[in-house]
Design a protein. Sequence first.
Length: 315
Amino acid sequence: STIFDSLLRPTIIAAARSDRIKHTSERLTVTRNVVRRFVPGDDLDDVVRAIWRQLDNGTSVSIDFLGEDTTTEAQADGTVEAYLALLEAMSAIHAALPGQLEVSVKLTALGQSLPEHGPKIAEANARRIVTAAYAAGVLVTVDAEDHTTVDQRLDIVRSLRGDFPEVGTVLQAYLRRTEDDCTEFAAAGARIRLCKGAYAEPPSVAFPDRRLIDEAYLRCLRILMKGNGYPMVASHDPVIIEAAALLAAEVGREPDNWEHQMLYGIRTDEQRRLAARGHVRVYIPYGQQWYGYLVRRLAEKPANLTFFLRALGRQ
Ligand code: FAD
């Protein structure tokens, strides 16, 4: 696992930037089969079915329309339209079963990195989504991407929260800055999803090994649990899952004042077990642009890569 973290994980993420590897992967049937473990489908119908299955399991959901690194304004508009269609479908689900629904959005899919006025465009697009989500009874959480995007994202989230205080965001425990961000957003009473972090980051900005990341996660979680906001504990790690329950009890936080979150297709049995005793939200991505998402999931676990390569060998 140490060799995996220090050598393989950064290599997978770096190799994945190659367009040739991306295009080859997208064409292979085997990749499609691996993708289906983590992404229930390409279309709105697929995700609506997945939402109902998940709600039947007693969990709530957060839905992500896949996309990132948008290079044109038209592409960003397309993403907004996809979210508006999704929210219309979710509004019908909300009418049948209120209070369980969230969408997750990535600001780079909404135009954050466009050369001119990127952050302004992304904020305007995010506002359209948030406005529709509020009308539909759906919460919004802004995902965390690589470290170069954090300052702009947090500025946009602060601004959105001025009008829509329930807009939440993600803080990544592997970043050295995150304890300070937790302190700020916990004091402001924000909904914060805490995760370890999934991008390949330099040691100048991120803790370089697993033990340091886990320790940082627990320090951040304590700050969030003690704060005024709503902590969302996004981790499949059994140690962190147990620690979260203990910390909540220690600070006197009620079970309906924080939640667990996990990814679609990962530790499904544990999702069900936790749903029986508390609040669990499952993050479900859908859409055609699954490549970046798949690479991050493969890079998280050596066994996933073995699974993928074996399947490739059988082609
Ligand atoms: P790990 O120590 O990585 O894993 C613990 C155990 O969980 C593993 O031993 C394994 O059993 C299981 N597991 C973990 N990952 C996998 C996998 N891929 N396949 C199979 N089993 C696995 N990251 C961001 O950078 N930005 C975000 O916005 C973001 N949003 C997230 C939202 C949710 C709801 C979740 C759950 C995660 C999100 N992440 C995000 C990813 C996160 O940063 C981690 O990369 C990921 O959750 C793995 O870390 P872990 O805490 O589960 O612990």
